[in-house]
Design a protein around this ligand. Structure first.
Ligand code: THU
Length: 130
């Protein structure tokens, strides 16, 4: 299965009764395995989680901590852009050249690297004096 197919399949499973905005994310681990996640909202709104966070949790639970590629999909007029928090979460497990493809269900797609999505990312290097 392709990363896009995995993201598309999981997008339909999203639990988004409050925003009605269903998001699917699929990431490829360094092993080549695919991990998928969807957004899971909550009546206490801040407790909701993003699709990217779900996919990352699944990858880490499977024992992988490096990802090589990401696809995010939603029924959106524009390619869906990961939120700031998810950019930082993805940065934890990727590199500056890792490509994130953002797409709509209609196939309006855009790819950016992590360095483009999160320039000046906070990394472990900033804590080297501590
Ligand atoms: N959302 C994601 O899951 N990923 C993104 O990249 C953008 C936003 C979710 C969070 C919330 O459930 C809904 O979309 C509306 O913000």
């Amino acid at each position: 299965m392709s990363l896009l197919d995995a993201a598309t399949n999981v997008q339909s499973k999203a639990y988004a009764p409050y925003s009605n905005f269903k998001v699917g994310a699929a990431i490829r681990g360094a092993s080549g395995a695919i991990y998928a996640g969807c957004n899971v909202e909550n009546v206490a709104y801040p407790e909701g989680t993003c699709a990217e966070a779900g996919a990352i949790a699944t990858m880490v639970a499977a024992g992988e901590t490096q990802l090589t590629e990401v696809v995010v999909i939603a029924d959106s007029p524009l390619p869906v852009s990961p939120c700031g928090g998810c950019r930082q979460k993805l940065a934890e497990f990727s590199g500056p050249e890792t490509v994130v493809t953002m797409t709509t269900l209609e196939g309006n797609s855009k790819s950016l690297t992590m360095a483009e999505l999160l320039p000046g990312a906070f990394t472990q290097a900033h804590m080297e004096n501590s």
